[in-house]
Write a protein that binds this ligand. Structure first.
Ligand code: ASP
Ligand code: MG
Length: 415
């Protein structure tokens, strides 16, 4: 028996039928004697619908007001879930982020959680009440409603688990765990029983959509035991999903490569013929950072005759903004012969802690891609990942080819 936080994604609460199912699972855990905090997302499609309403009224809605609108999606599901639980005879109470007080900073539409007041939740739990907290939302110090960025209810769940020192944070979604690759692209992709926290962090940051990256960071910082499970299984199912572990257990199965992540949501900007002198990288990326645009990969060539080429990638949604910033800074902050943009690229990455101790992984990756005639535009590596930027039209092919080359459909042999 313990304290469990269960987070349910949008598809898991996408209809009253699904909400009833969630209630049945929650009721079962409650019956087994666990204390439960449940964190639902908005019904699937709802957040998109709400944001579209705002965009229909203005191309550039005020972020504070966007959050007022977007946060309503979760207010609906917490109330509905409480009602469904009452109907099953389970004591339950719902709270918005502001009511709990999930305190955040004031970065509307991508706020960060600063603190969670847990007294109220603890008091309810002590009385045997299931506590339902709206995901994705909080309030800033002035009481303004904030949201945590798309997919943010994962972070709400993990942050609550951290604040309450929960025994486990279960993330229920429409897949039954973390896979070696997206099964929609690679049908023979395999579910992982466990994945190390570091690998999960890379997978999430590299585009695997299973968990929001911030939620994984949070889990790492506070050592929250995270598990990804399917909400579509029978509420009485005892499937274990994928555990995100902090131990690297050498007696356990350990693959060299755990998975392949990809991100379509990227764009590349190249500045040709910039001066090769101290301060140029800063002159280019300083204003980009000041405009709050996240930069991902950065590549600078070796200089020749005092000039060099400089490329970086950004989120596709911020591509135009980044180009505009550069256009403005050009000839004042830095000079460039030409600025070239390409928003039809994607990033494909191999992730695995085994890369630390095995050589030749990158070479094998490049060979596999070359055999399919896929050109690599940029490369970046870390201790446990190798990423390439390629033309978007080859994304699915690249993922499949790599999955096959590294035989990820097969469970690794026990060392
Ligand atoms: N409802 C929010 C979204 O669609 C938060 C979430 O689902 O995690 O992004
Ligand atoms: Mg989600």
């Amino acid at each position: 028996m313990g304290l469990i936080v269960q987070k349910y994604g949008g598809t898991s609460v996408g209809s009253t039928e699904r909400i009833r199912n969630v209630a049945r699972r929650v009721a079962r855990f409650h019956r087994e004697g666990h204390q439960l905090v449940v964190v639902p997302s908005a019904m699937s499609g709802e957040t998109n619908r709400l944001l579209a309403l705002a965009k229909d009224l203005s191309p550039n809605p005020d972020p504070r007001e966007l959050d007022v609108v977007a946060a309503t999606g979760e207010q609906v599901t917490i109330g509905l879930l409480a009602i469904a639980l009452h109907h099953l005879g389970v004591k339950a109470k719902s709270y918005t982020g502001g009511q709990v007080r999930v305190l955040t900073d004031s970065a509307f539409t991508k706020a960060r959680i600063l603190k969670i007041d847990e007294e109220r939740i603890r008091a309810d739990l002590a009385e045997g009440t299931v506590v339902i907290v709206a995901g994705f939302q909080g309030v800033d110090g002035d009481g303004n409603i904030t949201t945590l960025g798309r997919g943010g209810s994962d972070t709400s769940g993990v942050a609550l688990a951290a604040a309450l020192a929960a025994d486990e944070c279960q993330i229920y979604t429409d897949v039954d765990g973390v896979y070696t690759a997206d099964p929609r692209i690679v049908p023979e992709a395999r579910r992982l029983d466990r994945i190390t926290f570091e690998e999960m962090l890379e997978m999430a940051s590299l585009g695997s959509k299973v968990l929001q990256i911030r939620s994984v960071e949070f889990a790492g910082k506070y050592k929250v035991k995270l598990r990804v499970l399917s909400s579509f299984e029978d509420p009485d199912s005892t499937s274990n999903g994928t555990l995100i572990t902090f131990e690297e257990n050498d007696t356990m199965e350990q693959a060299i490569i755990s998975g392949i992540a990809f991100n379509r949501d990227e764009a590349k900007i190249s500045l040709m013929g910039v001066e090769d002198r101290p301060g140029v990288a800063y002159a280019i990326l300083g204003p980009i950072a000041a405009a709050n645009v996240d930069v991902d990969m950065i590549v600078q060539n070796i200089g020749a005759s005092g000039h060099t080429d400089f490329s970086f990638t950004v989120n596709r949604g911020e591509y135009q903004k980044a180009l505009d910033v550069l256009e403005q800074e050009k000839n004042t902050g830095f000079a460039a012969r030409e600025i070239i943009g390409d928003n039809k690229i994607c990033k494909v990455s191999l992730v695995g802690i085994g890369m630390r101790s095995h050589v030749g992984i990158a070479a094998k990756m490049f060979k596999s891609l070359a055999e399919e005639g896929i050109n690599i535009q940029m490369i970046s590596t870390s201790e446990i990942k190798t990423s390439v930027v390629i033309d978007e039209k080859y994304l699915e092919l690249a993922v499949r080819v790599l999955h096959r080359a590294f035989e990820l459909e097969q469970a690794p042999k026990v060392a």
